[in-house]
Ligand binder design. Structure first.
Ligand code: BG6
Ligand code: MG
Length: 219
């Protein structure tokens, strides 16, 4: 199968915003007296805001009413927005800009597939939005990763089949979503955490389009 398109996750793939999501959840957790450490945050990667809150509350065994949950989610988002406000092109993770530009040049279509409702804003702050033909984010989906909805919508909007499309993901939930949708999944990070991915790389640095095309043709 030839490589026609690539779908990129945002947080932890294009930009290191995972630490800002963590810092915002951590502040909330402290206020609620729920123990929450960086290792707990791994399970939150790729999940929607509401699913992340539910996970956090489950950790603290703290069921809350809907109104309080909405208030907490608004607060978390305010904290997060303050943290990403100053993010610019310099914060793009190593290799991401170069790969995106090389894919554009090679005629491979590019889309974003993120659970975050702030993905479009962040993409603009980073000066990358012009490179993306399609952006599917938390505002466009009803089911968050590990459901494949975000990637299936991305592929459909790009006019390609999942089998012609590669997904780049740093989260276990995202790799599961990609595989459930029938995509070639490239995991970025720890091979144990990202078990199930077709390939796992440490990051996007020095990734060549020809290498990706070779993987796809061999798949
Ligand atoms: C994902 C992040 O991309 O977006 C999660 O990995 C985050 O950590 C989720 O919770 C939702 O983000 P937001 O910006 O809509 O709260
Ligand atoms: Mg991610």
């Amino acid at each position: 199968m030839s490589l026609k398109a690539c779908l990129f996750d945002m947080d932890g793939v294009i930009v290191d915003s995972t630490r800002h999501h963590f810092a915002a959840w951590k502040q909330l957790a402290e206020e609620l007296s729920i123990p929450f450490e960086e290792r707990d945050n791994h399970a939150l990667k790729g999940l929607s805001r509401v699913d992340s809150l539910e996970h956090l509350l489950a950790l603290g065994n703290m069921p809350l009413d809907e109104k309080t949950k909405l208030k907490l989610m608004r607060k978390k988002n305010q904290l997060y927005l303050e943290l990403i406000d100053n993010m610019r092109a310099i914060d793009v993770l190593p290799g991401a800009s170069e790969l995106i530009r090389a894919l554009n040049k090679a005629g491979v279509k590019i889309g974003l597939g993120s659970s975050s409702k702030n993905a479009q804003l962040l993409l603009e702050n980073l000066g990358l939005s012009n490179h993306f033909e399609v952006v599917v984010d938390g505002n466009h989906i009803t089911l968050s990763k590990p459901d494949p909805e975000v990637f299936l919508k991305g592929a459909q909007a790009l006019g390609v089949l999942p089998a012609e499309c590669m997904v780049f993901e740093d989260a276990a939930s995202g790799v599961k979503a990609a595989k459930a949708g029938g995509f070639f999944a490239v995991g970025l990070g720890d091979p144990v955490e990202l078990e199930g991915a077709d390939k796992v790389l440490p990051g996007l640095q020095d990734v060549q389009v020809a290498t990706l095309q070779g993987w796809m043709e061999g798949a």
